[in-house]
Design a protein around this ligand. Structure first.
Ligand SMILES: Cc1cc2nc3c(=O)[nH]c(=O)nc-3n(C[C@H](O)[C@H](O)[C@H](O)COP(=O)(O)OP(=O)(O)OC[C@H]3O[C@@H](n4cnc5c(N)ncnc54)[C@H](O)[C@@H]3O)c2cc1C
Length: 481
């Protein structure tokens, strides 16, 4: 027989959304057990830099006037109203307060910004809003990838202070349902020692960071990936990757351009575009003249994720990678050559196609107008001076999109839109608010949704645990209270 436990609320997983849910349920008076498959807490947020918010104390202090209503309207325009407006509004409404909530736990924010900066350099940047609350790492260093680990640490400490019991290396394996009422009343799991356990509770919040297999009888929305683009194992080749994220010459394996290159700051758009190319691979190419220009003036597109001394560090990493940075069959991910034909041969681009397409492109540069894709005139710089530098660009993903069907209270619903009592789903598992593409124009969005969906579910689960919701009534907002 499985070992038995009892609590008010079980949170399945201690990633970002699970931590937020656990803290929020505990703050609202519930006893909480949080199961986590891994040996540590924080999940994917330990790789990121910070969440999105509207009207936060950090934004107000910097005179950034962005209201929840404005972000809501922009978000809904971006998604063509294919997602639940009430859930989106609930998320943005809470987001500013969530930043204060984190600060009260000891989280500090280095700045609030766009994911990519420098409006004067590209009209494309103006699409990105100042919503990305970048976490100040606890060691005082400049923020970079993994800065948000400091946030998940503070959240874990806060949860422990509130009495949340973490069971690490203990994956949840199933839900326990009361067959009479249809309510979810417990969770099955396997502990560190391999023993089966059962925890009976009044509410379960599922927060496992993406769906694999929906076995809970909940409804689901169309599923896809939160696409972006990257070089393979990019964090170990970050100078090389960053150096190519510029409006230079981008093409498919036929050598033909596939988008206006001044959009390459938007990792979602480029990921989507590469996903539709033959072989799902793109190529970025620049020449000696462009490299010289960036070294002197700095990059055209400034990334706040990649190293700040991009072109100082580029050559050392590039030269080391040239011999070794290859796929399992020995095909290079990057190449350098004195002519475009040689470069094409090395990277697997059609050499004749590339030369012909670059000739056309160089003619457009001479005319100063990109009649093919309307790329900004200031970036119409010809590709003509060897050596030429090239790399392959692939799709990556920040996570999954779509998943378990939830309402604005993060209650799980069946395909018939009936709630399953006692069951909530948050974060990436319930990431139903983007339609087909991640909203990179409001940066920090997935962490923002994870934190706020977690908080909202934690509050509602605690309320349910103390009897709320069962004998309720519809209130003026149309909510069941
Ligand atoms: C490199 C990178 C950088 C990013 N940067 C940013 C950024 O700056 N801003 C932003 O908004 N977003 C960013 N993201 C996305 C963001 O980090 C994630 O969307 C977010 O952290 C997901 O949170 P989550 O709680 O849904 O899942 P996760 O944080 O992934 O947590 C899921 C947890 O579930 C556990 N788990 C899985 N199955 C079980 C089970 N059966 N039982 C118990 N536990 C289980 C896992 O071990 C994990 O700890 C980034 C993502 C990546 C990969």
């Amino acid at each position: 027989m499985a070992k038995q436990f009892e609590t008010d609320v079980v949170v399945v997983a201690a990633g970002l959304s699970g931590l937020a849910a656990a803290i929020s349920a505990a703050e609202n008076g519930a006893s909480v057990i949080c199961l986590e498959k891994a040996a540590n807490t924080g999940g994917a947020a330990n790789m990121g830099m910070g969440p999105c918010a509207a009207n936060s104390p950090v934004q107000r202090a910097n005179m950034i006037n962005l209201t929840a209503g404005e972000l809501f309207r922009r978000h809904m325009f971006y998604t063509h109203y294919q997602v639940d407006a009430k859930l989106v509004k609930a998320y943005y409404d809470k987001s500013g307060d969530t930043i204060q909530w984190l600060m009260d736990m000891g989280v500090q924010f280095h700045h609030v910004g766009r994911a990519f900066g420098g409006e004067e350099r590209s009209r494309g940047y103006s699409e990105g809003l100042f919503t990305w609350h970048v976490v100040q790492p606890e060691d005082g260093s400049e923020p970079g990838p993994r800065a948000a680990t400091t946030m998940t640490k503070r959240m874990t400490e806060r949860a422990q202070d509130l009495g949340v019991e973490f069971m690490l290396e203990t994956p949840g394996t199933g839900l326990i349902k009361d067959e009479e009422t249809g309510a979810i009343v417990g969770v099955k799991a396997v502990d560190k020692a391999g023993e089966e356990i059962e925890i009976s509770c009044k509410a379960v919040i599922v927060a496992t960071g993406g769906f694999g297999h929906n076995v809970i009888g909940g409804g689901h929305t169309p599923v896809t990936m939160e696409l972006m683009y990257q070089l393979p194992d990019n964090m170990n080749h970050f100078y090389v990757e960053g150096a190519f994220r510029q409006p230079c010459y981008w093409c498919n394996r036929l050598g033909e351009r596939f988008m206006p290159e001044d959009e390459v700051y938007n990792t979602t758009f480029v990921g989507n575009a590469i996903n539709h190319l033959p072989g799902k691979v793109g190529f970025a190419i620049f020449d000696a003249n462009m490299l010289r220009r960036w070294k002197k003036n700095g990059p055209d597109i400034v990334s706040h994720v990649h190293p700040h001394d991009l072109y100082e560090g580029f050559e050392a990493q590039w030269n080391a990678d040239l011999e070794t940075y290859k796929d399992d069959e020995g095909n290079p991910y990057i190449a350098q050559a004195d002519t475009l034909e040689e470069l094409a041969e090395q990277l697997g681009i059609d050499p004749e196609g590339l030369v012909a397409a670059v000739d056309e492109y160089n003619e457009l540069c001479a005319e100063g107008y990109d009649s093919l894709f309307e790329k900004g005139r200031e970036y119409m710089i010809p590709l003509e001076e060897g050596p030429f530098y090239g790399c392959k660009q692939f799709c990556g993903a920040y996570g999954t999109l779509g998943g378990v069907l939830v309402n604005h209270k993060l209650e799980v619903m069946t395909d018939d839109y009936e709630t399953i009592p006692g069951l909530y789903c948050v974060g990436t598992d319930a990431c139903t608010i983007y339609g087909d593409s991640y909203n990179f124009c409001i940066p920090g969005n997935t962490m923002g949704f994870c934190l706020n969906s977690g908080r909202i579910a934690g509050e509602n689960a605690a309320e349910l645990a103390f009897g709320g919701g069962e004998d309720g009534d519809w209130d003026d907002d149309g909510d069941w209270d």
